[in-house]
Ligand binder design. Structure first.
Ligand code: THU
Length: 162
């Protein structure tokens, strides 16, 4: 028997002013994206901003539906939109933030497993890590160097090949 250990390292910042100007700008864009969320059921509004290699920023927000599972998280709305509109641009960075109608979101929110799997596909497509910036509506900010920090064992394209 052998133990397999995967370490994850996140950086924690207490102020947006401690981020690089590129990171700070992207987090502000994610905050703006919250305003376009359609979340009448959960009342939990998520904004996501995706920075591409060509410096384009693509925004996404969660879009819910009365047939609940038909809705989509902000991260997948954003990354699929980036993939559809800029298919040849590697993804450099993603910022994600959230706000609730019911309570203050004072901690960063982690992306769900389905979003992480979807995002990891784009890391593999371009063979280039995607940096993460996470924050609630205020409070600490977490950054990570790659989606692998949150999903170390992603399902990989090669598994589909014989
Ligand atoms: N949601 C996101 O958009 N991103 C996440 O990382 C977690 C959850 C959305 C889905 C749903 O519209 C609402 O938040 C509550 O789960």
């Amino acid at each position: 028997m052998e133990l397999i250990k995967k370490e994850i390292t996140l950086k924690k910042y207490s102020s947006i002013d401690d981020l690089s100007s590129e990171e700070k700008n992207l987090l502000i864009k994610a905050r703006e994206a919250i305003k376009t969320a359609y979340a009448p059921y959960s009342k939990f509004h998520v904004g996501c901003a995706v920075l591409l290699q060509n410096d384009e920023i693509v925004l996404g927000s969660n879009q819910e539906n009365s047939a609940y599972p038909s809705g989509l998280c902000a991260e997948r709305v954003a990354i699929f939109s980036a993939g559809a509109n800029f298919p040849n641009q590697a993804v450099k960075m993603m910022a994600i933030t959230a706000q609730s109608d019911d309570y203050p979101v004072t901690r960063p929110i982690a992306s769900c497993g389905a979003c992480l799997q979807s995002i990891s596909e784009y890391e593999m497509k371009f063979n280039s890590p995607i940096q993460f910036i996470l924050q609630g509506e205020n409070g600490d900010i977490y950054t990570a160097e790659s989606v692998k920090s949150f999903l170390p064992f992603t399902f990989f394209l090669n598994e589909l090949k014989k």
